[in-house]
Design a protein around this ligand. Structure first.
Ligand SMILES: Cc1cc2nc3c(=O)[nH]c(=O)nc-3n(C[C@H](O)[C@H](O)[C@H](O)COP(=O)(O)OP(=O)(O)OC[C@H]3O[C@@H](n4cnc5c(N)ncnc54)[C@H](O)[C@@H]3O)c2cc1C
Length: 449
């Protein structure tokens, strides 16, 4: 952030002709034209950090803002810890960067008149709990709470019941929040627009696919292309050897009927479960908003999101329906749900959700399933790390190709990692210096040079 502001300040105070290009083969930063492919967490964070510093940012995504493939259906769990209760790689840095973007998103929603979205966006802090389901969990969790007292608190039976409303015990993740992902994403797009309005950046949302051919010919229109297309990277055959796998996640939406039939009323607008329960799978309270055919928001329903499955699509490096991800992630019809709801993955997800939050055993059937595909990398000694870096060294290597950067592999931790990596990537693009990116995320791209 500080660096971006510094550049911004410099650009304002120097005549354009005095600010030297940092890469001889591409224009100076303030003249850059950038295409960002994908409007999910990765693409929007990159676009937000570039807006105000470059001449043009065009986001390509056939889905509207807030409806991105994996990002829009994510559980929205933000915290900096691993499942084993250790600090995640760059967890603190990521948590802080995302927290700043949340403020920006929320402010933009309010300023553009979406007060409902702004109030849905983020839960109160300390909203995630880890139930101890076995005696080994009790031992491990109590040890973790002693090791990381600033991050974790052990809740005994009484404290747990007070917070969750049912008997149990476990950990409170002190630095944690639940995000309403469609609202957060939409707010980030509005925040980018607000930044563009205050600067000379031309910012557009292009509702179309950016194909492999577009990349080949991109140099005619853009100086830089950022591939942030999530599972859609399968549409780019050059990336076939990337060390990633595709993991479909399905989430059950169960109406929270314990108070008032699932529909928020003026007296009782909050769901009965106020916090998220996370133990491998998760149960997350929230609001599901129906989208009308004209794109406006319809009825709201209080829900518990029970997620999510891990369905590996390892052999699926191929293009479906043009964007390599088929129609996963979109809202399914009742007929589709009827045809799939009894399959093994879904049934076992339901059982796990019930063990995390027993009242679900008496709860209604799920009324909807959402799904999205994560791009996961191989586990290293630091965990599963994203992949970010430059694919092409210079513009024009093959005549017309723009400098191409990749931002992928956010796996199951996109919420915590997208903010600071988008910021690092923007700095790397502006300066042409890849070392603004952590070396760990650049490493898998060495073979593409
Ligand atoms: C069920 C589920 C639950 C999750 N829960 C959490 C959670 O609680 N916390 C957390 O941190 N992470 C969670 N994740 C992970 C998180 O959602 C991902 O890490 C993150 O969304 C990835 O963001 P992305 O921008 O890389 O990809 P995406 O969100 O998939 O966005 C890519 C976008 O690119 C577009 N696109 C694709 N191809 C093209 C093309 N050729 N041209 C133009 N546009 C294109 C797509 O339409 C899409 O909108 C979850 C994931 C799933 C599936």
């Amino acid at each position: 952030m500080a660096y971006s502001l510094l550049l911004h300040g410099l650009r304002r105070s120097l005549p354009v002709c005095l600010s030297k290009p940092l890469l001889s083969s591409k224009p100076e930063p303030s003249n850059l034209k950038v295409a960002v492919v994908g409007g999910g967490l990765a693409g929007l964070s990159t676009a937000w950090h570039l807006t105000g510093l470059v001449k043009q940012v065009s986001i390509f995504d056939p889905r509207p803002p807030g409806q991105a493939e994996a990002s829009a259906v994510a559980g929205g769990l933000l915290h900096p810890l691993t499942p084993k209760n250790r600090l995640l790689w760059c967890g603190l840095r990521g948590f802080e960067a995302t927290s700043r973007l949340i403020v920006s998103s929320k402010t933009a929603l309010s300023n553009y008149g979406d007060t409902a979205g702004a109030s849905r966006l983020q839960s109160a802090p300390g909203a995630i709990l880890r139930p101890a389901l076995t005696s080994q969990h009790v031992i491990d969790f109590q040890a973790a709470a002693k090791r990381l007292p600033n991050w974790l608190k052990w809740l005994n039976g009484e404290e747990w019941e007070q917070k969750v409303g049912v008997p149990g015990h476990g950990l409170l993740l002190r630095q944690s929040a639940i995000l309403s992902m469609p609202d957060y994403l939409r707010g980030l797009w509005l925040a980018s627009q607000a930044r563009a309005e205050r600067s000379y950046t031309a910012l557009t949302w292009e509702s179309s696919l950016f194909t492999a051919d577009c990349v080949k010919q991109s140099g005619a229109k853009y100086d830089v292309v950022v591939l942030a297309s999530g599972a859609g990277i399968r549409a780019f055959p050059e990336l076939e050897h990337l060390p990633v796998e595709f993991v479909r996640g399905r989430t059950l939406l169960v109406a929270d009927e314990s108070k008032g039939g699932g529909e928020p009323s003026e007296q009782e607008s909050a769901p009965s479960l106020q916090c998220a329960l996370l133990c491998g799978e998760y149960v997350v309270p929230g609001v599901d908003t129906e989208m009308c055919s004209d794109g406006t928001e319809g009825k709201e329903r209080r829900v518990l999101r029970c997620g999510s499955t891990r369905e590996y699509l390892r052999d699926s490096w191929h293009v479906q329906d043009g964007i390599g991800v088929g129609k996963m992630g979109e809202r399914r019809t009742e007929e589709w749900f009827q045809s799939e709801k009894n399959d093994g993955e879904i049934a076992s997800l339901r059982r796990k959700a019930e063990s995390i939050y027993p009242p679900l055993r008496q709860g209604p059937e799920a009324y909807r399933v959402t799904s999205g595909t994560r791009v996961a990398t191989r586990r290293s000694n630091l965990g599963k790390l994203p992949i970010v870096g430059r694919l092409e060294q210079t513009k024009g290597a093959e005549g017309i190709k723009a400098e191409t950067w990749l931002f992928t592999g956010l796996g199951g931790r996109g919420v915590v990692h997208h903010g600071f990596l988008g910021e690092c990537l923007a700095q790397a693009i502006l300066t042409g210096d890849e070392t603004h990116l952590p070396s760990e995320v650049r490493a898998p791209l060495q073979r593409f040079k």
